[in-house]
Ligand binder design. Structure first.
Ligand SMILES: C[S@@+](CC[C@H](N)C(=O)[O-])C[C@H]1O[C@@H](n2cnc3c(N)ncnc32)[C@H](O)[C@@H]1O
Length: 220
């Protein structure tokens, strides 16, 4: 599902300012070397979460990845307008980029409102599977986190099933993988409202904030 380009007018200068390609990832270490924390967002959409986060935390470095071109271009424009040097976006399938990312590089990986793909024939498009969570575990720093945020009831149940199969993360909340209390979540972790957050709120859906703490020795 590639986004439509025609709605987004963007100059080369605006595009270049915050866009990263696969070939740039070999310099990611250098690019992020002067920052205290490194945050990755999968499914970054139009960039609201990450751009707001990068604005209030200039001492951290942020990378967003999304395959929807239209959304990605909107994110690039936001970074350019705010002249944020600590926030970059990539327009690519997440699965294509994983092998190019270094071990133990990110403090937190956020997966914000991933598409649920509930139909059986679309099962291979679901991002948050046990296999995916195993795969991204190596990218997270010692004592880092993977955070998944979703309001989709079906996906919540699916994620619960995936988590039972995993031994490379532990629960952050007492006896629970998630909290539905936004205040509780944001008392520890940064959270900024995005398009799909507002959609969830409009529908009065319960949002779950899953927090997976990395276990440092993980046997698959
Ligand atoms: C429901 S939207 C959420 C967007 C944003 N996080 C928000 O909260 O508004 C899901 C996003 O995930 C992106 N996406 C889904 N699967 C992806 C994949 N395999 N690789 C890259 N992006 C993906 C879609 O393009 C879409 O922008």
């Amino acid at each position: 599902m590639k986004g439509r380009l025609r709605n987004v007018k963007i100059s080369d200068e605006q595009k270049k300012f915050a866009s990263l390609m696969i070939s740039d990832l070999q310099n990611l270490n250098q690019l992020a070397s002067n920052y205290n924390k490194i945050i990755l967002e999968f499914c970054s959409g139009t960039g609201d979460f990450l751009v707001n986060y990068a604005e209030v935390e200039p001492q951290s470095f942020f990378l967003g990845i999304d395959y929807a071109e239209n959304a990605y271009l909107r994110a690039l424009k936001k970074v350019y307008n705010k002249k944020l040097c600590n926030c970059k976006f990539m327009n690519i399938y997440i699965q294509e980029v994983l092998d190019y990312l270094e071990d133990q590089f990110f403090d937190i990986i956020y997966i914000n409102f991933p598409d649920p793909w509930p139909k059986k024939r679309h099962a291979n498009r679901r991002l948050v599977t046990d296999q995916f969570l195993y795969k991204i575990n190596r990218l997270i720093k010692k004592d880092g986190y993977c955070i998944i945020i979703t309001d989709n009831k079906w996906y919540q149940e699916f994620i619960d099933e995936q988590l039972i199969k995993l031994n490379c993360y532990s629960m952050f909340y007492e006896n629970s993988w998630f909290t539905e209390d936004e205040k509780e979540f944001s008392s520890t972790f940064s959270f900024f409202q995005s398009n799909y957050y507002f959609k969830a709120k409009k529908l009065n859906n319960k949002i779950r904030f899953y927090v997976l703490r990395k276990i440092n020795i993980c046997i698959q």
